[in-house]
Write a protein that binds this ligand. Structure first.
Ligand SMILES: [Zn+2]
Length: 335
């Protein structure tokens, strides 16, 4: 497994625990039919799902790893394995449509072309709306043959309960800073990897994604804007108007990450770290729990709303969010 491509079949260093658990379940012949890989965005859940699919379809796996040389591995590494199906929203949509689920049902009903197992990866599971989730239920309830369904979710509370209850949960957390930096540093050419990682609330793949185009500049502007509102130096409505030119989802997910960091800091009683984003986390960590949890619920609801096919009014949604943010900051003991 020397090639760049072959690395696709290997989990990230911080995923040893999840990988070990999956391999053990597989070895014991008690791998669940459907798994829900859940955790913050940008920690590599989809990567792990693909790598595990590659492992399951490898013809001669060795030491809990795909061999990288067999026909199954060749097909997987070139992205053309007929027994692996990846289901993601298409054509700029955020929703996995019912027709896509029907093609999955058809895929599952056929015999594996390479004679082994069949694997389907669905990402994100919260992209399944009521109709498409309904269409998937039968496949979840009555598994056909040797199939494994790997559902990936960045927001489990956004996954319909009927789906959630039929999957075994495999949780993922933000990796340690050391693990994150070890992976990110060689990729962050010309940038400070520590700073990038902080801007992405510790999620390595999200930090890497910030290197793309002007995303880092936008993220820095978001942090500055939120701090401005929190310290009464900027208007929440003006910030909402400014942010409306982008994707509310990016704002919501970033705020979720910071809030999660705040919860962690609160729980550990840890010291505040340096950096602009740390001010945000400190502010959140110093917010009364009831207020912080109410804000979390709001973020979940707005995320669901922005993921819905109904195309909500971006500016209104952001105005609601920024007014809530201002109200939260007023109650923080930090500000
Ligand atoms: Zn192989």
């Amino acid at each position: 497994m020397e090639s760049e491509k072959a690395r696709l079949a290997v989990p990230f260093a911080w995923q040893r625990e999840q990988w070990g658990r999956l391999c053990q379940q597989h070895a014991d012949n008690r791998l669940p039919h459907a798994l829900l890989l859940a955790g913050p965005k940008g920690v590599g859940k989809l990567h792990l799902a693909s790598a595990f699919g590659c492992y399951l379809l490898c013809l001669s796996p060795l030491n809990n790893a795909a061999c990288g040389h067999c026909k199954g591995c060749d097909l997987n590494l070139s992205g053309t394995h007929p027994d692996l199906l990846l289901l993601r929203p298409e054509d700029g949509s955020r929703v996995i449509k019912i027709d896509q689920v029907r093609s999955l049902t058809e895929f599952l009903s056929k015999t594996a072309q390479q004679g082994g197992r069949k694997v389907a990866v669905i990402e994100p599971a919260e992209g399944l709306n009521a109709n498409s989730a309904n269409a998937l239920l039968k496949s979840l309830e009555e598994p056909s043959g040797d199939t494994t369904l790997l559902l990936v979710s960045h927001l489990t509370s956004g996954v319909l309960a009927t789906i959630r209850s039929r999957c075994q949960l495999l949780p993922f957390a933000i990796p340690s800073t050391d693990d994150g930096l070890a992976w990110l540093a060689p990729l962050a050419v010309g940038q400070d990897p520590e700073y990038l990682l902080k801007c992405a609330a510790g999620a390595p793949l999200a930090a890497f994604a910030l290197l793309d185009g002007d995303k880092l500049v936008k993220q820095e502007a978001l942090i500055k804007g939120l701090l401005g509102v929190a310290t009464h130096n900027a208007s929440p409505l003006a910030l909402a108007a400014e942010l409306a030119s982008g994707e509310p989802l990016v704002v919501i997910e970033s705020m979720q990450q910071w809030l999660q960091s705040g919860f962690r800091q609160q729980a550990s009683g840890g010291e505040a770290s340096a950096g602009r984003d740390a001010q945000l986390v400190n502010l959140l960590a110093a917010t009364p729990a009831t207020v912080a949890y109410r804000f979390w619920d709001k973020l979940v609801r707005l995320k669901r709303q922005s993921l819905s096919a109904a195309n909500p009014n971006k500016q209104l949604l952001l105005e609601e969010l920024m007014l809530d943010w201002q109200a939260l900051a007023r109650q923080s003991r930090y500000a």
